[in-house]
Ligand binder design. Structure first.
Ligand SMILES: NC(=O)c1ccc[n+]([C@@H]2O[C@H](COP(=O)([O-])OP(=O)(O)OC[C@H]3O[C@@H](n4cnc5c(N)ncnc54)[C@H](OP(=O)(O)O)[C@@H]3O)[C@@H](O)[C@H]2O)c1
Length: 222
């Protein structure tokens, strides 16, 4: 199976924009993948076993219910769910596709992280315990992964996409308004963020691998 891009989503039948794009780009393949399903990850890796992957991008992420992750509302199951998608799944996907990445020319694994995972930024952050902790854990996982894959020539990029105008950002902003602390930082369009991330991925070299960067190219304190 040959393609330029393997784009995964949980519900391909209803991914209308993605399907439209794939129809006009013959080397874009859309595949179903829930990143919490280990068997499905391995099945997909096996299906594409002959295909080198230049850039493996772990983008899937969830915040969890924003009002239900305050100190007063802690609960293990929703915490585990956020950790599973945001911190464990990227590591699990990276392991499953490591040979594909190693066989490629660029050899890059990219984690879409968040400033919300930065301990340095914590004093300014709303305490979204599950989401913020999951992104810190993601950063550590990817930092350790870099140690393990360096000998294969693989580079791990850890990058924040900026405040992007997506469902997630709209949900965060609505909750901030509700909490009486509206966010005033301007949002980026998905297209502008994607262009900046493409540029970051293109420029990712051994000097930046295993380190934490923002979409704008600045190194971010852990
Ligand atoms: N938007 C921002 O301002 C911002 C800022 C910092 C970091 N980020 C990070 O950027 C990434 C993308 O976020 P977004 O803003 O695009 O959020 P979004 O609008 O909520 O989209 C999240 C995406 O993750 C997918 N997803 C969730 N759980 C999944 C699972 N179990 N398996 C496979 N896919 C799953 C969703 O798929 P479905 O469509 O199937 O639900 C959706 O496509 C996330 O990692 C997020 O933490 C975003």
């Amino acid at each position: 199976m040959e393609s330029d891009v393997v784009a995964t989503c949980r519900d391909p039948i209803h991914a209308e924009a993605l399907n439209t794009f794939a129809r006009s780009h013959s080397l874009v393949n859309v595949e179903r993948l829930d990143v919490t399903d280990n068997a499905a990850i391995d099945e997909l890796a096996n299906k594409y076993r002959a295909q080198p992957i230049d850039a493996l991008i772990n983008n899937a992420g969830i915040t969890g219910d924003l009002d239900a992750q305050q100190l007063t509302s802690l609960d293990f199951d929703p915490f585990q769910n956020v950790m599973r998608v945001n911190a464990y799944a990227p590591l699990r996907v990276a392991r499953a596709f490591l040979d594909h990445v190693t066989a490629s020319r660029q050899k890059k694994i990219i984690a879409i992280s968040s400033g919300s995972g930065s301990l340095w930024q914590a004093p300014q952050l709303r305490s979204l315990y599950y989401y913020n902790m999951s992104k810190s854990a993601l950063n550590m996982g990817m930092r350790l992964l870099q140690n393990d894959v360096r000998a294969r020539g693989v580079m791990v990029g850890i990058v924040t996409p900026g405040p992007v105008d997506t469902d997630m950002q709209r949900q965060i902003r609505a909750a901030a308004v509700k909490a009486g602390k509206p966010l005033t930082t301007p949002v980026l369009s998905a297209a502008d963020s994607a262009c900046a991330l493409a540029d970051y991925i293109e420029r990712l070299g051994p000097d930046k691998a295993g380190r934490f960067y923002s979409y704008s190219g600045q190194e971010t304190p852990w």
